[in-house]
Write a protein that binds this ligand. Structure first.
Ligand code: FES
Length: 181
């Protein structure tokens, strides 16, 4: 006899208590920007918030967000895999995305990427052994006026990047305590 399908329970939160607190506040603000009947439109923002907490988008986290916004998991996955700014595998504590699009390229982004590589001992797409840094080449960050540009984690723009500003950045980040989990 074929067993009756059981109803799936609610998707568990992927967050620690501290992460949950931060996420709930930011998620509330993101959803409040849309009319109640359009809350699904907050999906992109919600995925960014998850990524900011976890560093990437694990499958259970996508399901969790989908549940909050009443979006089917498969649709959340479609969105997360369509946009390259969402990460589908774990990265280091600090993710640095160096823009390789035309304005940044013209302003020396290749050199910036190479310097990052040398300073961190990894190539684009890799994470340092200590798990502190990940490096990636990314497309235009919409900061072309201040090229070359890079994005630190999810929300911190680095503009007019120079070898000196990179040195300071890595030094500061290495000293920065880990965010409360
Ligand atoms: S080309 Fe680099 S931010 Fe636009």
């Amino acid at each position: 006899m074929i067993p009756l399908a059981t109803k799936a329970g609610p998707a568990p939160s992927p967050f620690s208590p501290e992460q949950q607190k931060r996420f709930d506040v930011a998620f509330g603000k993101a959803v409040a920007k849309y009319p109640a009947e359009r809350r699904k439109a907050a999906l992109l923002a919600a995925l960014h918030l998850v990524q900011d907490e976890l560093g990437w988008l694990p499958e259970p986290a996508m399901t969790y967000v989908g549940q909050l916004l009443d979006v089917p998991p498969v649709r959340v996955r479609e969105v997360a895999t369509f946009y390259t700014m969402y990460r589908l595998r774990p990265v280091g504590r600090h993710h640095i995305g160096v823009c390789n699009s035309v304005s940044c390229w013209a302003m020396g982004s290749e050199k910036i990427l190479q310097l990052c590589s040398e300073k961190l001992g990894i190539r684009a797409g890799e994470t340092t052994r200590d798990g502190i840094f990940s490096l990636e080449e990314v497309a235009c960050l919409a900061a072309c006026g201040n090229a070359p540009a890079a994005l630190l984690n999810n929300f911190t723009y680095l503009e007019n990047v120079t070898p000196e500003s990179l040195d300071k950045l890595f030094e500061d980040l290495r000293r920065q305590p880990e965010r409360k989990q």
